[in-house]
Write a protein that binds this ligand. Sequence first.
Ligand code: BGC
Length: 353
Amino acid sequence: MLFQKVKFSLVAACLAFSSIATAQEQIAVGVSMPEFSNMRWVNDGLSIMRELNKVNLASDLQYASSGADMQIAQIESMIQKGVKVLVIAAIDGKKLTDVLKKAGDKKIKVISYDRLIRDSANVDYYATFDNFDVGVKQGTDIVKRLDLAAGKGPFRIELFAGSQDDNNAFFFYDGAMSVLKPYLDKKQLIIESGQEGMNNVSTKGWNGAIAKARLSVLLPKYYSKQRLDAVLSPNDGIAAELITGFIKAGYGVAGNPMPVITGQDADVPATKAVLRGQQSSTVFKDTRELARVTAQMAEALIQGKVPTVNDNKTYNNGVKVVPSFLLKPVLVDASNIQKVLVGSGFYRAEQIQ
Ligand code: BGC
């Protein structure tokens, strides 16, 4: 409940910020964010607005909370308002082809934010994290905690992945599997359900409740006589729901500890869960940096300059390889959370107590 309130007031702050900026001058940048049920997008919105303000670019920030069609309508309205640059974190990376054609026809530049927009020639740049490495870090954490490199096992694992309409979800999964596969092959890791591959383990809309419902089928079916030792969770929102599922099933007590559970985003509830020992780790992506890189890209484009990129090969959107700037994700667990998250000023100490 409190979380809801915090969320609401932050969103309200975002929107207020947005209208101040828009009242002053012609909107240069339209910022389209996907949703606010995962707290990271609220932080992203605030950070982008702040960074655009710093370089004197007025912006319009919109959240498409009710889905891909709403996002398309919002982007259409930004095009009508005459923005020069669009920054878009797509809900469905494959549904923006038509609306981006309209942007391209008007010479509006498009920056794909965090998630790659697919099937469109009208995506000019991509600002994101090394998404494959996010998965590698999650997989490596499981290997480390189960001591697999020393030959330990067999341990039982189940895999969860993000939403198939989000290109990132494939990168996270592939990254994690690049690390876990050798141990699955050697039978040091066993998936009792046999459920593997994006078609079997993805989570529609990144909806944690869907992942939890899947867990509540898996646990009694495959793990009534033996423990589930590890879960690949693609992000913190899903991890939080899985944790409640495990508690309900009797995990998290002496003699039956929580399985290894990974995450991503270092959101406040997950950070607390890591400190409480319920979640093993999370992958921190400094969204302040992503916002800074994005604002610099937007500024360069508006000035007719070429934005700085550091990757020209990884992100093919089905039509072209999109020039990208990739930031580095950082694995955090109880041993370095204070240093990384509080030390960098991402959170105040009291926020995560
Ligand atoms: C983002 C993650 C986020 C997930 C769900 C992904 O595209 O990269 O940070 O947890 O979407 O919102």
